[in-house]
Write a protein that binds this ligand. Structure first.
Ligand code: MV4
Length: 448
């Protein structure tokens, strides 16, 4: 096992990782920007190193600085959390060259899944169902139109280096394709320095359902069930649930086994998420995330698996203790993301928290690293906490969630908590009847 883990992140996830390290008896190193000197994870870590000025590009994304912090403290592993360097293959490779373990999958697997064309080819080879579309890159307009006609319009032109919604253009016919294809290419070139694009049939009203996996890199892998993350605004999730309300146990088992077997063949190591669009009873692979995700607690809650603890064990070369037949899904969990933002305009609302009694009680978990007197800095994303409710079924989970949202107080800054009070009155939310467009439509009608 590692003796010292450096946590290359901030906020609630840094604290989450620190907790897992403490339980494993591993010493912890916090790294932080100037403004984060009084953060919770810095206070609770055994050691801390200031790695640079406030902009993330100069601190949490500063590879030389983080390497120096490893050197100074003698850390033998780095946990990258999510965002920042978590899916940076070059970072994973550099750490390896310095005999420091990157707590995550191999640099090769990060690279494959970072290229959406490679990811899709790999998924097809592994027997994962995909959205109908081009076989790889579409280099000419003529070919783009041929594929559009072949699979049937409307189609999406997507950037190979994109993902998370960046660099997508809709084409509804041959005439439309010229504009979609060329703007997708030039935007991809400008944003990622890579103009490769591919084409997919446009699914009009899917849900976003993802499968959590864990592998040991030696051919043992399991799935931990699914999450529905359809409620998104501008490709930012705000509400996630496990299990997905629209799936039967049989469907869950089927897609879960397809994905687990694929990860065995790939010899995938660590935690990962396979993202699907789900429409009319069919799953269509879109992307794989090779990191721990923000919404991992809903899966932890219904499976009783500590995903971060297992990630660290596997990275240290221990075998995966999880056996598929022992993984069961009990009850229902929902996570809501509490952001320091105006609940109507979503404008960031940094500043000092003057009063902070978080929700608690039966069936409630709060993952947060803020406290009364803490000042939310303006430099990073606005997530200040996650509220996770659990119950024997979705109905009990929703009751507890509503009770917890009502008692959660954050004074001094604006938060998205009032949005969730409103959502918890919506019949479609209460019945679980929503797709990826539901939230944007709701906000246009109710929050304009
Ligand atoms: C799609 C799609 C419809 N059809 N692909 C957006 C983010 C990126 N991960 C993939 N995205 C989409 N891909 C096909 N073939 C619709 C979306 C999409 C979306 C997906 C998940 C959650 C929210 C979304 C909001 C708008 C569009």
């Amino acid at each position: 096992m590692f003796t010292k883990v450096l946590i290359a992140n901030r906020g609630e996830i840094a604290l989450r990782i620190l907790r897992a390290c403490k339980e494993l008896g591993i010493q912890t190193v916090a790294v932080h920007s100037v403004v984060d000197a009084d953060a919770m994870h810095v206070r609770l870590a055994d050691e801390s190193v200031c790695i640079g000025p406030n902009p993330a590009s100069e601190s949490y994304l500063n590879i030389p600085s983080i390497l120096a912090a490893c050197e100074i403290t003698g850390a033998d592993a780095v946990h990258p959390g999510y965002g920042f360097l978590s899916e940076n293959a070059r970072f994973a490779r550099i750490l390896g060259e310095h005999k420091i373990t990157f707590i995550g999958p191999s640099a090769r697997h990060i690279e494959i899944m970072g290229d959406k064309i490679e990811a899709k080819k790999t998924a097809i080879e592994l027997g994962i169902p995909c959205v109908p579309g081009s076989e790889g890159e579409v280099p000419t307009l003529e070919e783009a139109r041929r594929i559009g006609r072949e699979i049937g319009y409307p189609v999406l032109v997507k950037a190979a280096s994109g993902g998370g919604g960046r660099g997508m253009k809709l084409a509804s016919d041959d005439a439309d394709m010229e504009n979609a294809w060329s703007t997708a290419r030039s935007e991809a070139k400008a944003a990622f320095g890579d103009d490769a694009v591919y084409i997919e049939k446009y699914l009009t009203k899917p849900r976003h359902i993802e499968i959590q996996v864990m592998g040991d890199g030696r051919g043992h892998a399991v799935h931990l069930g699914d999450r529905d993350c359809s409620l998104q605004r501008r490709h930012q999730k705000i509400w996630e649930e496990a299990t997905a309300p629209s799936l039967s146990a049989k469907q869950r088992d089927e897609i879960g086994m397809i994905v687990a077997n694929a990860m065995k063949k790939l010899e995938y190591s660590g935690a990962g998420t396979i993202e699907f669009l789900y429409e009319d009873g069919e799953f269509y692979f879109i992307e794989m995330n090779t990191r721990l995700q923000v919404e991992h607690p809903v899966t932890e809650r219904i499976t009783n698996v500590d995903i971060v603890y297992e990630q660290i064990r596997v990275a240290a070369g221990e075998e995966l203790r999880l056996k598929q037949e022992e993984i069961t899904f009990w009850g229902h969990a929902i996570e809501i993301r509490i952001n320091a933002e105006d609940p109507r305009t979503f404008t960031p609302s940094p500043g000092k928290i003057t009063y902070y009694p978080p929700a608690g009680g039966v069936g409630v978990r709060v993952d947060s690293a803020v406290y009364q007197g803490y000042a939310v800095p303006p430099y990073y994303d606005s997530l200040i906490g996650k509220l996770i409710a659990h119950g024997r079924d979705r109905k009990e989970c929703l009751q507890r969630l509503r009770r917890a949202v009502d008692e959660f107080i954050v004074d001094g800054i604006k938060t998205t908590l009032p949005l969730f009070q409103d959502l918890l009155e919506e019949p479609d939310i209460l019945s679980g009847d929503y797709d990826i467009h539901w939230l944007e439509k709701y906000l246009a009608e109710h929050h304009a």
